[in-house]
Design a binder for this molecule. Sequence first.
Ligand SMILES: [Zn+2]
Length: 480
Amino acid sequence: MDRAKRIAFETVDANARAIALTGDSIFYFGELGNQEYRTADLMTSLLEEEGFSVQRGVASFPTGFVATYGSGKPVVVIHTEYDSNPDNSQQPGIPEPRPIVEGAPGHCEGHNVNAAVMIGAAIAIKRAMAECGLAGTLKIVGAPAEEQLLSRPYMVRDGVFADCDIALHPHIGSELSCTYGLQQSALVSATFTFLGETAHAGVAPWKGRDALDAVVLMDTGLAQFREHMRPEGRMHRAITEGGQQPNVVARRAAVWWYFRDPAASGARELFEQARRCAEGAALMTRTQWECDVLSAVWPMRSNRIAAQTVQRNIDLVRHPVWDAGEHALARKLQERAGVAVEGLRDKTPPFRGQARQAASANDGGDVSWVVPTAKFYFPSNIPNIGFHHWAAGVALATSIAHKGAVAGAKVLAGAALDFLADPALVAEAKASFTEELSGQSYECLLPADQAPPADLNREKMEAFRPAMQTHYLHDKPVFV
Ligand SMILES: [Zn+2]
């Protein structure tokens, strides 16, 4: 192992406690997308204290940031997310549903650990660059509201990644792994709002024009269409406004849809079909309708050279050694969640090479079409447990998450240093990236004048923050 990497790995090991405390603090903040104020404060203050120059409020996202260290080429960027999800508050270490605060948001995937891995690696890479006199720029991008697939298409559009040569994206999983090719799907996120007229629903319902009827008819239209769409596509929705009380015909109703497809063009076609259904529903109900595209993302892809570089570092980093208590917690949770009971995985799987494209999406997808990227996974959660469920919150502030984060931070630091130290490797990644795209050109799916919804989740977060605050950790992470 070269000197720079040794320094980085030693820095991660020496700061295992601070990395753990970073992830745990963010776990208890449990902040929803675009409301990650405490989280972003903690992350940016740690980076600033380390000597990074920090720009906050990037691309009109108050909780987004860019932190930079060094100068010149190559520019290696690390980006990740740190938001929670609604109604998934869960006490760590308890293998049964037990909210910290009933009904509150909570981390139920592990973006809190993504943040800890990014901070731990950033500090380790910076120390190695400084001590070994490595040229180049390390850029750390904090990407808000991943659960709403929100920020990175806007950031790409606004040039945040324009100077970047290589991008690395750590994400929680249950093993250390990386693949290349198309990994995830494209997605369009849009709200449809219908406007009618109120009336007394008992006395004079014929005078009303019911916006909720329009939402229901649009839903029926898309439900019928499901038979005729390609099997890889997905559509799902939440009715966000459905009238206020039964005896007042709903003047206003709204539904929020996600449309997924393996290709950006396919997601856009589903969205166009939804627009036709909205138009039809409005005609039938004599209501007006409007549509707001909140976000639209390209499918995540990883570059072969970048993925192989990450894999070489996975091979170098020791897989976490789990103790009996950690295995027991994993087995109990798997039993309780009704999934295959296998405990934790003791070994890193062999390199899988080509990815199998999943129905999941990540707004980092857009970055991966403009910068050669590797998205990789680190073992801080429990195998077979599905995300967005109380069970996926159980490991996230325990020693399982902490040990996985140390492994993840080392892999991330090692891969970044490989690129910073070797311009030829960067050139090779770029050349293979051009080949992989084979003429397909990225084009932002967002409407040209679209602005991000800065108020997203504000009310929901404000309702729960006072009760959640009483559980915040008091110690601040200190990196030595
Ligand atoms: Zn995620």
